[in-house]
Design a protein around this ligand. Structure first.
Ligand SMILES: Cc1ncc(COP(=O)(O)O)c(C=O)c1O
Length: 355
């Protein structure tokens, strides 16, 4: 099948570019003390995760139990859930994964989380495994003082939950455009994680896992003393927003194929709207910048730029999503391409697995 045979709007995944991104990251981590546990929130497809694991990733990071279930069904892991599991419905889903023999470790940040995990363990007879999330400056979830982290590690052990270490995601720094500034601010965040890790070691509770990092900071965390793994996700596809922060070394593998519906004097309209293409990180544009999205309504995009003059109704163009993760979450398949050939279709099995 050719790309011209596909109906639009749809997502194209350039296999060569993606495989280069995986190989580039694998080569980098071959020489660092920390290892890669890529975040599944980006590809949401076991086909991609399997390739990342084959290239040397030590496991997969997830945000949601639904993503973990997709990986478990595909026999992939070990899984680190970089998020808390809250409420008995989800706790019991976690226990069901453990009962299947799935190697999954989840994050906790409070006594409340430990109580809920312990209650789930009593109900199911399973032994959960946990890391403690540290707030390293992003001010999302996480413990804020090292003494509190030490106390929580003890509480895990006292409740029969296997304490494995810590995580601290420096998400407030990953998109800083100036590389020196990014390095400095990420360093401040990593130093906070380091204080907690030190306090744990002094208390006789050394962290086996110290997980940090994103695509914008993977190379900072990878050699940071004490860090054992990095949770970068976007690098595997890249997207428009990240490309402005880090033009190298990763290429944009994911594009959005859309059909031109109407051409006017100074603009054109295509069949891309907010129901298929996200704009939470800015407006998408063509790879060469000649066509830019000025606005998105539900099912239409307003296109401007020099390239619009060459368009005719029925033409098809490719746009680079500014935020790949929120765009791909609206789709069911990747059309895997090599040049103009569609060589495979991969279902995005974890799309919309937000529970
Ligand atoms: C907990 C966590 N870890 C890691 C990441 C890294 O992602 P990225 O590679 O997109 O920067 C994210 C991004 O949302 C995250 O929420």
């Amino acid at each position: 099948m050719k790309i011209s045979d596909l109906d639009t709007p749809c997502l194209l995944l350039d296999l060569d570019v993606m495989e280069r991104n995986i190989a580039t990251m694998a080569a980098f981590f071959a020489g660092t003390p920390a290892k890669l546990r890529p975040h599944f929130k980006t590809p949401k497809s076991p086909e991609v995760a399997r390739r990342q694991l084959s290239a040397g990733a030590i496991g997969i990071t997830v945000a949601k139990l639904g993503e973990a279930e997709v990986l478990a069904d595909a026999g992939l892991g070990p899984i680190l859930m970089a998020n808390q599991v809250v409420g008995p419905i989800k706790i019991d889903r976690l226990m069901a994964l453990l009962a299947r023999g799935v190697d999954i470790t989840v994050a906790v940040e409070s006594d409340f989380n430990v109580d809920q995990l312990a209650a789930g363990a009593r109900r199911s007879g399973q032994r959960p495994q946990a890391i403690i999330e540290i707030d390293s400056g992003m001010h999302r979830c996480g413990t804020t003082d090292p003494a509190g982290t030490v106390r929580l590690a003890r509480l895990l052990e006292e409740n029969g939950i296997r304490y494995r270490g810590v995580m601290g995601y420096e998400g407030h720094t990953v998109h800083i455009e100036d590389a020196t500034d990014r390095r400095e601010k990420a360093g401040t965040a990593l130093a906070i994680v380091g204080q907690h890790v030190e306090a744990l070691a002094e208390a006789g509770l050394p962290a086996e896992i110290v997980s940090v990092g994103g695509t914008g900071t993977y190379n900072i965390g990878a050699t940071w003393p004490g860090v054992t793994e990095i949770q970068a996700g976007t690098y595997v596809f890249m997207d428009g927003r990240y490309k402005t922060v880090m033009p190298e070394p990763f290429g944009c593998a994911l594009t959005f194929l859309t059909t031109i519906l109407s051409v006017k004097d100074a603009y054109a309209i295509c069949d891309a709207g907010m129901k298929s293409l996200s704009r939470d990180m800015g407006m998408p544009e063509a790879a060469d910048g000649s066509i830019k999205v000025r606005g998105l309504s539900e099912e239409h995009a307003h296109l401007v730029g020099d390239g619009v003059a060459n368009l005719e109704p029925g033409d098809r163009i490719e746009l680079i999503p500014s935020h790949g993760d929120t765009t791909l979450n609206m789709h069911d398949n990747y059309y895997v391409r090599r040049g103009e050939d569609v060589i495979d279709t991969w279902p995005i099995l974890a799309a919309r697995k937000f529970r």
